[in-house]
Write a new protein. Structure first.
Length: 153
């Protein structure tokens, strides 16, 4: 048992020498969702607090991102989040894709699939009330409708 514990401890120490890259891509204000959609401050705060760490280039890495293997899980989660939706580059999406992403936002917030439950562990301020969820859903629906209206012309 003692040998197993020593091996585990040595392995834990060794994996700390493989840190994640915490560099965020350069900001592109003219491409950011909150900017291009002229999002009202109350809604912008909700989106920034509950979505931007995983779905933008403005990730704020928490203290536990300094320790493997949790850092690896976190980095993978952020990479996947950005791949599915990156609010920082929203303007680069074609209008049809923007509308689709907004539809996915509506669905994920309605089903309470986003933000993830695991995200609340270190980010209690990201937990959305039912009223806040409704605000976000209504806002995403409005923006989706406006995007689709512009596509029709």
């Amino acid at each position: 048992m003692k040998k197993v514990l020593v091996v585990f401890l040595v392995a834990f120490i060794i994996i700390q020498f493989f840190p994640i890259d915490k560099t965020n891509p350069a900001p592109t204000p003219g491409m950011d969702f909150l900017t291009i959609k002229n999002t009202p401050p109350e809604i912008a705060k909700l989106i920034s607090t509950s979505c931007y760490d995983c779905h933008s280039n403005e990730t704020k890495y928490p203290w536990y991102s300094n320790f493997a293997p949790s850092s690896w899980f976190l980095k993978n989660h952020i990479s996947e989040g950005r791949k599915h939706l990156n609010f920082s580059t929203f303007a680069t999406y074609e209008p049809k894709r923007q509308a689709h992403k907004l539809e996915e936002c509506i669905e994920m917030v309605e089903k309470k699939e986003m933000p993830l439950e695991s995200y609340y562990i270190g980010h209690q301020d990201a937990k959305l009330t039912d009223e806040q969820r409704k605000l976000l859903i209504d806002y995403f629906k409005k923006e989706k409708s406006e995007t689709e209206r512009k596509m029709a012309f």
